[in-house]
Write a protein of this length. Structure first.
Length: 169
């Protein structure tokens, strides 16, 4: 958490009891565990399966190339002594070319995967924020926080948010 934000939040929290001491209603605070939403909400589970399906073929291709590289490396190490100098250099060049290609494909895979995960996470957060706002208004919360260092379990409304996301709200 940003230290300036944390300091501001602590300062505001120390002022809240004074500000609301004269009010007839008690301050109603809730907490939402974002990591649980990403892990347990049906939309998050569906997004993870969608991404897995999108990237499974590329992942399998990378695994196949990794095995091929390992096999080539083992073959070269085992047979280097009996190969001619030219044959050994050709095999090493072939191994190096495949290794570079593998590393490039692996880097592109990670970049594409991260991009897709970020896109899906942004959509999940948008839906979760709408559900949080709706629950805050319906149940008259004064403050709902996300991702804090510690919170009392009685303030945790994550299950309500997950249920709201399950219901398609």
């Amino acid at each position: 958490m940003n230290t300036k934000f944390a300091s501001l939040l602590v300062a505001l929290m120390t002022l809240l009891p004074v500000s609301f001491a004269s009010a007839s209603d008690a301050l109603k605070v809730g907490y939402v565990n974002t990591q649980r939403i990403f892990r347990d909400a049906p939309t998050a589970v569906k997004a993870a399966k969608k991404i897995e399906a999108e990237f499974s073929k590329r992942d399998q291709d990378l695994q196949r190339i990794a095995k091929q590289l390992q096999s080539m490396q083992e073959n070269l190490e085992k047979n280097a002594v009996t190969m001619s100098e030219t044959e050994r250099r050709n095999k090493e060049r072939e191994l190096n070319d495949l290794s570079r290609d593998f590393q490039r494909k692996q880097r592109e895979f990670r970049e594409d995967l991260n991009l897709r995960q970020n896109e899906e996470n942004a959509a999940i957060i948008e839906k979760a924020n709408k559900a949080i706002k709706q629950i805050a208004e319906t149940e008259k919360y004064d403050l709902i926080v996300q991702d804090v260092v510690w919170v009392s379990p009685k303030l945790d409304i994550t299950d309500k948010i997950i249920k709201a996301l399950s219901d398609g709200k």
